[in-house]
Design a protein around this ligand. Structure first.
Ligand code: PMP
Length: 401
């Protein structure tokens, strides 16, 4: 007997649970397109060369110790992370208006930012896109915010519901928080154009809506770190305030190292100092201070121009492979004469394709073809290879005909 005997079995996580089911499948042709983790052409996880080099340097450095980091993390990492997303010449950085704290990857950055807002910001409602990454509503609700959604994706066009987005943000209460995916929107792969971002920016600033950017894919979407940061930089350039959650899981392949940063761009250096002092009070009782290793890897790479260049090349190679998978899958469906318009596969951006397949079709493909994806029909293009594209195309073809 147990004092916990009355506890109900909890449900699997809708995304990570796909991998649990995949691991139980003994078929040799099985393919896991559920979780958003990069795989090579050979289907293997990838540790970047530049990351291996940085780790070797760290391990061979005999003066390195394992002391606790400060509550805010590795100072050098924080500075370099802000520079990476906002740009080296960002006025907000030059004017010392940015408070940055190292957090547990993107998720931890969102959570710390959410709790900070719940404690200190006057409007506790956050608007998230519909649909969005499945963890967003849970993270923000548990942080103490009230979650509402704004229209984002239009299933009819498999593109942006821009009119709906503008209407919903227009009717949000003044001051409300708005979560924005900086690039490579997850799960839809649909991003606003630069002109649309500009309209969103004007609307949000005119209503004093507070932007909370989630950047989990900088450089991974287009292959260019600067291009993928363009939306964010437009909002910093106008001098206004915002929150920024950054992850190095995908773009440096540091998934399990849990390395990320929360930056809050403030109106003045004085405010940024106070904000940082309050972030420390959020973090200290939660986990005291963040882990050392991953942040040391990132700082080693970002501060050395040779290693930085090597990283950008490896990053571009990952982005290019994903883009080529889009083309190959599109071509394979076209050559099979699969009914329907599949052009969204090559139009969508980033790690995922939102296929438009329904949950019955997803179940059919798992049952008959051992292909695993989330029930919303999202597939990770990074989990595909030239070898598995034909199998996936056969499965989609069978599912829709
Ligand atoms: N935001 C979005 C939109 C994501 O897709 C992810 C990763 N799936 C994250 C945040 C956070 O990931 P992590 O905590 O591993 O950095």
């Amino acid at each position: 007997s147990s004092v916990f005997a009355g506890i109900a079995q909890g449900p699997e996580d809708p995304i990570l649970g796909v991998t649990v089911a995949f691991n139980k499948d003994s078929s040799p042709v099985k393919v896991n397109l559920g979780v958003g983790a990069y795989r090579t052409e050979e289907g293997k996880p990838l540790v970047l060369n530049v990351v291996r080099r940085a780790e070797a340097m760290l391990i061979n450095n005999e003066s390195r110790v394992k002391e606790y980091l400060p509550i805010t993390g590795l100072a050098e990492f924080n500075k370099l992370s802000a520079k990476l997303i906002f740009g080296a010449d960002s006025p907000a950085i030059q004017e010392n208006r940015v408070a940055t704290v190292q957090c547990l990857s993107g998720t931890g950055s969102l959570r710390v930012g959410g709790e900070f807002l719940a404690r200190h910001y006057h409007e506790r409602t956050i608007y998230i896109p519909n649909p969005t990454w499945g963890n967003h509503p849970k993270v923000f609700t548990l942080a103490g915010l009230t979650v509402r959604s704004y229209r984002y994706y239009d299933p009819a066009t498999r593109g942006l519901d821009f009119q709906g987005l503008l209407e919903d943000l227009s009717s949000a209460p003044s001051g409300a928080i708005v979560l924005l995916h900086a690039c490579a929107h997850n799960p839809t792969g649909v991003d606003p154009t630069v002109e649309q971002w500009e309209q969103i920016r004007q609307l949000m600033r005119s209503k004093a809506l507070l932007p909370f950017f989630d950047s989990a894919y900088q450089g991974f979407a287009s292959g260019s770190l600067d291009k993928d940061a363009q939306s964010v930089r437009m909002f910093v350039a106008d001098g206004g305030e915002l929150l920024m959650a950054q992850s190095y899981a995908k773009n440096m392949g540091l998934y399990g190292e849990r390395v990320g940063a929360l930056s809050i761009v403030c109106g003045s250096a004085d405010v940024a100092g106070k904000v940082e002092s309050q972030l420390k009070l959020v973090i200290r009782p939660m986990y005291s201070n963040p882990p050392l290793h991953g942040a040391s890897i990132v700082a080693t790479i970002l501060k050395d121009s040779g290693m930085f260049d090597e990283w950008t090349m490896e990053l571009k190679a990952m982005a290019d492979r994903i883009i080529s998978m889009r083309q190959q899958l599109f071509d394979a469906l076209t050559s099979r004469g699969t009914p329907g318009d599949w052009s969204h596969i090559i139009k969508q951006i980033g790690m995922f394709t939102f296929t438009g397949l329904n949950s019955d079709q997803v179940a059919f493909m798992r049952q008959e073809f051992h292909i695993y994806m989330t029930s919303d029909g999202r597939i990770s293009m990074a989990g595909l290879s030239s070898r598995t594209v034909p199998h996936l195309a056969d499965a989609i073809d069978a599912a829709v005909t």
